[in-house]
Design a protein around this ligand. Structure first.
Ligand SMILES: [Zn+2]
Length: 367
């Protein structure tokens, strides 16, 4: 999964034909046998057939997805599955995810991307630049997987190669200049990986005494992305590199959560934020939500208007238009989707006591 895939799905035009979006938790630790997730899938299908207006037109897509899910998945390294299908528009996209997803089957006129966007937001792309005086490695890691790996080697000149004509100082000077050229090439290698693959954060894995020199050689774009520096040995195994990335990701997540909840509390004092489900839904309907902040796992039953997308905690009459609203299992999930479709941002917080006290959900407002 990458941002290009999400963007091209978001741009996809079905010409009014129904698009089926499926998210299925296929995590082998929770759903041990294939029958476990297949049964869950059947439940989602019968639920969707009963609820969704476009279900009849999507029969072919549902069959195709069913054949895929029942066809024996290779689940190695895969904990979540996302499938988007619209046979009329020639869309068939299967995305295997190394992280679990929330079961969801939606039949709509466009792909339901809220979960994917949230995953992309939570699992930024990291690059790790390992460098010593003559070797360099660049690894790109996303969702705990190494998605790219590059190396370079610039041998330091050795004394024997000079035929012994040079004195010791000259050799040292020569070696230092070569080491610096190597760091420049290492920085260039990192930049070319950035241009090809893109990444959000860069971790410098060099001995401490080389950090500032390496930072100096980096392109300005990359200098802005340096998250931290850690002394990681060049010969580190892939799982050691992944472990460092996981730790840094966790630190960044915690500080992001603390910052956004702090902003929320300040906003509440100045009227630029709301907290609690009912005020958040009301602001969302007014399209005022810039950032939705929600406790991971928070869910609540509610209502959604099929005509105007109004979301509410109580139904059934839509307060905005003459239609009757539909009951939804989880109005929080709907709120996430609506925020993203309005161009807003979603921050999901794990175990943030300050947010829990505020009702587990809040929103920073545009105005
Ligand atoms: Zn309505």
């Amino acid at each position: 999964m990458d941002n290009d895939t999400i963007r091209s799905l978001a741009r996809m035009d079905s010409g009014g034909a129904p698009v089926v979006s499926l998210y299925l938790d296929v995590d082998g630790s929770r759903r041990v046998r294939p029958g476990d997730y297949q049964r869950q899938f059947e439940k989602l299908v019968s639920h969707a057939k009963a609820a969704a207006a476009g279900a009849a037109g999507a029969a072919e897509d549902l069959e195709r997805i069913q054949a895929y899910v029942k066809g024996g998945l290779d689940r190695s390294g895969i904990r979540g599955l996302a499938i988007f299908s619209c046979s009329e528009a020639g869309l068939w996209e299967v995305i295997n995810l190394p992280v679990p997803v929330r079961d969801q089957l939606v039949i709509n006129q466009s792909p339901q991307l809220a979960q994917l966007e949230l995953l992309a937001e939570q699992h930024a792309r990291f690059a790790v630049l390992l460098a010593d005086r003559q070797r360099a490695r660049v690894l790109v890691v996303q969702m705990g997987e190494i998605v790219r790996s590059e190396e370079r080697f610039d041998a330091l000149p050795r004394h024997e190669d000079d035929g012994g004509d040079w004195d010791r100082d000259h050799v040292h000077h020569h070696q230092a200049a070569a080491a610096q050229r190597h760091l420049r090439r290492a920085a260039t290698l990192a930049f070319s990986v950035f241009q090809d693959d893109g990444f959000d954060h860069l971790i410098l894995g060099t001995p401490e005494e080389m950090v500032s020199e390496l930072r100096h050689e980096l392109h300005a774009y990359l200098r802005d992305r340096v998250a931290t520096a850690r002394p990681i040995p060049l010969a580190a195994r892939d799982d050691e590199v992944r472990q460092v990335v996981q730790e840094v990701e966790e630190e960044l997540r915690r500080s992001r959560e603390t910052a956004v909840v702090g902003e929320l509390r300040e906003g509440l004092a100045t009227g630029k934020a709301v907290a609690g489900l009912a005020p958040v839904l009301a602001s969302l309907v007014e399209r005022r939500v810039a950032t939705l902040v929600v406790s991971t796992g928070f869910a609540a039953a509610g209502w959604r208007c099929p005509a105007c997308d109004h979301l509410a905690g109580v139904g059934r009459r839509c307060p905005v238009c003459p239609a009757d609203m539909d009951q939804v299992d989880d109005v929080v999930e709907e709120a996430l989707g609506l925020t993203l479709s309005h161009g807003g941002r979603v921050v999901s917080c794990r175990d943030n006591a300050d947010l829990d006290v505020l009702g587990r959900i809040g929103a920073l407002l545009r105005y």
